[in-house]
Write a protein of this length. Sequence first.
Length: 113
Amino acid sequence: QVQLVESGGGLVQPGGSLRLSCVASGFSFSSYAMSWYRQAPGNERELVARISNFGGSSTNYADSVKGRFTISRDNAKSTVYLQMNSLKPEDTAVYYCNTLTAWGQGTLVTVSS
């Protein structure tokens, strides 16, 4: 079955960086677009970034993270990454990996001094 396992979250100061990873299994990873979502307390889950299948030549970002976050993929490792720079307190949320109807368990990112 499809399995997505996120890692890399943690506590970081404003202006800092984190890299999230999502290891996928149970499907042909390279054939599918991959996405990162986030959900802050009291808010709905929102799309953060999306990368196209195969070479990942197409990426899309939420306006709130453009220029700060970068999504990438390594098909050989069945892994999608989210590099997050210049983090802000409003980036605090649980970050989820997604493809089709599958979700990971989430990884918590807390941006605070």
